[in-house]
Design a protein around this ligand. Structure first.
Ligand code: NCD
Length: 302
């Protein structure tokens, strides 16, 4: 039987050894020093949803490995004419070697991976998963901390709509961190507890942040709120990261954000630009980690 190609659909199927292998490969990757690992390979970036960081960094990563890329935006392709996901996938399969895919529906990449035979890399699906972001977040933490074991990692904000929070929770707990979620009831339902083994829910930001090693801030995903009422002033008062709140975390705590960051909402300018903020470092690490992902998925023999 032909072996199924390797895909990266989520963090759950990976064990800690596989995660650490990708992260250690990422350490050796540098977009300023292009490689030929994927010379002659073609990668489609199939984006049904907007993206700045993820799409550009996958594209730079693919090119830095010698692959060629084709970017397909849902609005400019036949997709707009009503072509089904299956037909789009089958069409691409005959001309490319892998698909990096973002889709507003949770599970779309999993579905496509069952319909076609080339690797699919999930670049974010609905509220479900964003595995490459979780890997780059862990990579960034490991640039500042020896390992994740025992670290208190608190994620604050719109957990409910966040595929980043979900994939991060799986990955961080696999590597032994203590994962704490904090946010208002509507954006952090009790079910979030079931997301990953041992996730703790703390409603008060001061308590959540106290003694944290990593503070991850999330955007309120206005485009997905559909009818949920958020009082912005109240949200800012209770959940915005200010210099005073950050003082409650460990002195060497780092501040992270997957982007896009709405300054003045989830954090103040002062915090966004402070020494503890590693937000821009996350972006650069995103390219390295995505190089490692593409090399892992597509590297080796054809
Ligand atoms: C996130 C996403 O799209 O899931 N951003 C990203 O990929 N860097 C988070 C968000 O949109 O708020």
């Amino acid at each position: 039987m032909k072996a199924k190609p390797r895909s990266l659909l989520g963090i759950e199927p990976l064990d800690s050894r596989q995660i650490l292998e990708i992260l250690s490969l990422a350490k050796r990757m540098n977009p300023a020093r292009p490689r030929t690992t994927l010379r002659g390979r073609r990668i489609a970036l199939l984006f049904y949803e907007n993206s700045t960081r993820t799409r550009t960094s996958f594209e730079i990563a693919a090119k830095s490995l010698g692959a060629s890329t084709v970017v397909i935006h849902a609005t400019t392709a036949s997709i707009e004419k009503g072509e089904s996901l299956k037909d789009t996938g089958k069409t691409l399969q005959s001309i490319v070697d892998a698909i990096v895919m973002r889709h507003p529906s949770s599970g779309a990449p999993v579905l496509l991976s069952k319909l076609i035979d080339i690797p699919i890399i999930n670049a974010g699906d609905g509220m479900h998963a964003h595995p490459s972001q979780a890997l780059l977040d862990a990579f960034t933490i490991l640039n500042h901390k020896k390992n994740l074991k025992g670290l208190k990692i608190v994620t604050i904000g719109d957990i409910f709509h966040s595929r980043v929070a979900r994939s991060d929770a799986h990955l961080f707990s696999k590597l032994g961190a203590r994962v704490v979620f904090c946010g208002p009831d509507v954006l952090l339902p009790e079910v979030a507890r079931e997301l990953a083994p041992g996730v703790e829910i703390v409603r008060e930001m001061d308590e959540a942040i106290r003694g944290a090693d990593v503070v991850m801030m999330l955007r309120v995903q206005q485009e997905r709120l559909s009818g949920m009422q958020i009082n912005v002033d109240e949200y800012i008062r209770r959940y915005q990261l200010t210099p005073a709140k950050l003082k409650l975390a460990k002195r060497d705590a780092i501040v992270m954000h997957p982007g896009p960051m709405i300054r003045g909402m989830e954090m103040t300018d002062e915090v966004a630009d402070c020494e503890q903020s590693v937000v821009l470092e996350q972006v650069l690490n995103g390219v390295k980690v995505r190089m490692a992902i593409l090399a892992t998925v597509l590297g080796g023999k054809r």
